[in-house]
Design a protein around this ligand. Structure first.
Ligand SMILES: [Zn+2]
Length: 176
């Protein structure tokens, strides 16, 4: 099971959320967040505002079609899902984006400790480096995003994908 509030809290940085959801194309920075192309209606100029609400979590509002929601609604819209009927699926995707795992069992921990596949280590390091970059932990977030072009963000996301593939490959190797 997932802690939905925990996921909402972890995914509370507008620019990071926009990046991990792949909404940087056409994005414009604005005070307190970003304006992106609306995921629920077709448009050429971004009118969907992604910012941090008073409770510290993401608020989404489209000034063109009046659609509003939180980070889960945004995740659902990006993935073509319905936040009510596909709620569990949406939460699982958001948890993955937030780096939250549902399985905290000792078995999982023991397994990750014993595995010494260099491919897994490499995947993990790439993953952490990309996540760090996206989170702007090493540099002030504003400076990072300002200096980052959409291409650089896309590169970082590609790194994350490559890390996932490496992990899968290692899993398959172990299973074989
Ligand atoms: Zn809209």
């Amino acid at each position: 099971m997932y802690d939905v509030e925990d996921i909402r809290r972890r995914l509370s940085d507008p620019l990071q959320v926009v990046a991990v959801l792949g909404l940087t194309r056409g994005m414009r920075r604005e005070r307190g967040g970003a304006r992106v192309l609306c995921p629920v209606h077709k448009e050429r100029e971004p009118s969907c505002s992604v910012s941090t609400g008073r409770d510290g979590t993401i608020r989404v509002h489209c000034w063109s079609c009046s659609w509003t929601g939180d980070v889960l609604h945004l995740t659902a819209a990006v993935h073509g899902l319905d936040c009510r009927t596909d709620f569990r699926k949406v939460v699982a995707i958001a948890a993955d984006l937030a780096g939250v795992s549902p399985d905290q069992s000792p078995k999982g921990t023991a397994r990750s400790r014993t595995v010494r596949d260099p491919l897994v280590d490499l995947a993990h390091r790439v993953d952490v480096a990309a996540a760090d970059w996206l989170a702007g932990r090493t540099v002030r977030l504003d400076a990072t995003i300002e200096a980052a072009s959409a291409e650089q963000i896309a590169d970082a996301l590609e790194l994350l994908e490559a890390a996932d593939e490496l992990t899968e490959e290692a899993d398959e190797r172990r299973a074989a």
